[in-house]
Design a protein around this ligand. Structure first.
Ligand code: DQA
Length: 147
């Protein structure tokens, strides 16, 4: 049984109360439940995590990379939140591990402020999902299953 990592970056622990007009009313616990159900449909094991710390995301990508090396990883769905737009360290971690990674955003970042239009992660991502609200998490896992 292969594993999917769903990794969430800073401020996503506030989902449900954070700018609901942009991010919706679902909490991160709701998102985790959707991911549990989607992974179960595909026969994936799920690791669902959130941190506000960039280095922790780097460590988790390395952990996923070790599973990738042994053939046990289906892929990583990463909502790096604001680190998407700033983090060379995350780009290097993804490149360094060779994992299959889907970049995910709840909102359509391209319809928002110009500083959200650039992603350091996109260059190393297999695909990008954005603008589907929290339903994007399920779509990203479905996408991993179809690769
Ligand atoms: C986000 C978009 C980012 O620009 C923002 O910093 C976030 C969330 C999204 O899911 O839409 O924190 O990644």
């Amino acid at each position: 049984m292969k594993t999917v990592f769903v990794l969430n970056g800073p401020n996503l622990n506030l989902l449900g109360t954070r700018e609901p007009a942009v991010y919706g009313a679902h909490t991160l616990a709701d998102v985790e439940q959707m991911c549990i159900e989607t992974c179960a449909r595909h026969g994936f094991t799920l690791q669902f995590r959130q941190t506000n710390h960039e280095g922790v995301l780097v460590d988790w990508i390395h952990e996923a990379g070790r599973l990738h090396a042994t053939g046990e990883l289906a892929g990583v769905v990463l909502n790096a939140a604001a680190y998407t737009h700033t983090s060379v360290a995350l780009l290097d971690a993804i490149k360094g591990t060779g994992i299959t990674l889907i970049e995910l955003h709840i909102s359509n970042v391209h319809a928002r402020e110009p500083f959200r239009h650039h992603s350091y992660i996109a260059a190393a991502a297999r695909a990008v999902v954005c603008g589907f609200g929290v339903q994007g998490y399920g779509l990203a896992i479905d996408g991993l299953a179809r690769l």
